[in-house]
Ligand binder design. Structure first.
Ligand SMILES: N[C@@H](CCC(=O)N[C@@H](CS)C(=O)NCC(=O)O)C(=O)O
Length: 257
């Protein structure tokens, strides 16, 4: 059965899924749906209009956490997670923190610096807020790095859940403190060939701010869901949300019907 990842290479969630497939030695192809512009068609595969989506034969599922579990159960070797329930629980907490807290900051930097949702002093303040928050999350992560890998004795799902997001912050020059254990882990994980392949695809897909600003002016809608909406408000961008609603270039989700 063929395996396809519907993705955007810059999506950290899609990167998690691709890293898991590499780790399992599963061959896959990628497709890039036009997220945000053709919600109706894409909703058939992903009711929130989000990437990633995994197609495995006739099985179609979305959400990186759900897909990660599906991959681990479909191709059990090598395992993504250690055996111990408490280690697994702690890894799921790291995944949740990256997916629903850390990411608000990198997403917000993209909205401000690439999609141009704020300018001047407001943009500077919002960017500084993101940088400060990310450093806080780096401290949090460092406290969870008790061995060479977030997954425990060897590289695994926890590392796959962290590296795309930290590399995303590094693209905005927000790096873990020099000479810290977290910086050493980042070097270690980025030395892996599979991580390099997934990161190279992201670098090749870097967004052009002029094109992205033109796209949202032309009605391309970005999803303001959950932690992202909250980040925008916490970072001082409540009027960004109001302006986006007025211009109809931000979107929420309705029912999955
Ligand atoms: N919880 C989802 C989050 C996926 C997600 O938010 N993907 C973003 C790309 S990084 C997306 O598709 N956003 C759609 C949009 O902005 O319109 C997962 O883990 O897969």
């Amino acid at each position: 059965m063929s395996v396809t990842v519907l993705e955007h290479p810059l999506s950290p969630y899609a990167q998690k899924v691709k890293l898991a497939l590499h780790f399992k030695g599963v061959e896959y192809v990628v497709e890039q749906p036009m997220v945000g512009t053709d919600i109706e068609a894409f909703a058939a595969a992903s009711p929130r209009g989000e990437v990633p989506v995994l197609r495995h034969g006739d099985n179609v599922i979305y959400d990186s956490a759900v897909i990660g579990a599906y991959i681990n159960e479909t191709w059990p070797e090598p395992p993504l997670l250690p055996d111990s329930p408490i280690e697994r629980a702690n890894i799921r907490l790291i995944e949740d923190a990256m997916d629903t807290h850390f990411e608000g900051n990198t997403w917000g930097l993209g909205e401000v610096l690439i999609f141009g949702r704020a300018s001047g002093e407001q943009a500077e303040q919002m960017s500084a807020y993101a940088a400060e928050q990310i450093q806080g999350w780096y401290s949090w992560l460092q406290n969870r790095l008790s061995s060479l890998w977030f997954n425990g004795a060897s590289y695994g799902w926890a590392d796959m859940c962290v590296v795309p997001f930290v590399n995303g912050a590094a693209r905005f020059d927000i790096l873990p403190p020099a000479d810290s254990p977290l910086a050493a882990w980042l070097d270690r994980v980025n030395a892996r060939e599979d991580v390099q392949a997934v990161t190279a695809a992201a670098q090749a897909a870097e967004l052009d701010p002029d094109m992205m600003r033109a796209a949202i002016e032309g009605g391309f809608k970005r999803e303001y869901r959950d932690h992202r909406l909250e980040w925008m408000i916490r970072a001082g961008g409540i009027e960004v949300v109001a302006a986006g609603l007025a211009a109809d270039n931000i979107r929420f989700n309705g029912s999955f019907a």
